[in-house]
Design a protein around this ligand. Structure first.
Ligand code: NI
Length: 173
């Protein structure tokens, strides 16, 4: 596996609408594995292909599957790789949370997100998949899918600021 370089603002690829993935070949498998490794090394809880300079609709996420496990450090995290992800359902209920982004160093922002979302997409082999996410996991998916449309968290933030210390791992994606 190879670590990929994470690009940061004002890199134009971060503002482009990414293209759907259509080829589910060996190169794609390598790319997904590289993205997971790059996300872990960063460290972060999610990464979208435009963040490594590729304008393709591909995201990886690593987090607790159940909202109640967020407080439990022993709970295992799950890894998702989703191609061409789409939000097909979103709760009316929204919640504010503080986010950072690996492509925007030294900035965090308070962003309102849906509490629950349902996501449809393809897995790494091109098979349809559906994900139901709540809480912070739902926030991560919303943040990553925004990346595929050239949207960055400050675009949605009610306020942004420079944190006094390094941003916590769980807030960067
Ligand atoms: Ni991000």
């Amino acid at each position: 596996m190879t670590l990929r370089k994470i690009v940061t603002l004002p890199e134009p690829v971060l503002r482009r609408k990414a293209k759907p993935v259509t080829k589910f070949d060996k190169d794609l498998q390598t790319l997904i594995d590289d993205m997971v490794e790059t996300m872990r090394e960063a460290p972060g809880v999610g990464l979208a292909a435009p963040q490594i300079g590729l304008s393709e609709r591909l995201i990886v996420v690593e987090y607790y599957e159940k909202e109640e496990d967020e407080e439990n450090e022993e709970a295992p995290k799950k890894v998702w790789a989703v191609l061409n992800p789409e939000i097909v359902k979103a709760s009316e209920e929204k919640i504010l949370g503080v986010e950072g982004c690996l492509s925007i160093p030294n900035l965090v922002g308070e962003v309102e997100r849906h509490v629950e979302v349902q996501i449809k997409g393809l897995n790494r082999h091109g098979k349809p998949m559906k994900i139901k996410a709540r809480g912070w996991l739902a926030r991560i998916f919303q943040h990553e899918i925004d990346h595929l449309n050239g949207i960055l968290f400050p675009d949605r933030a009610t306020r942004v600021w420079q944190p006094p210390q390094e941003v916590e791992e769980e807030k960067e994606f």
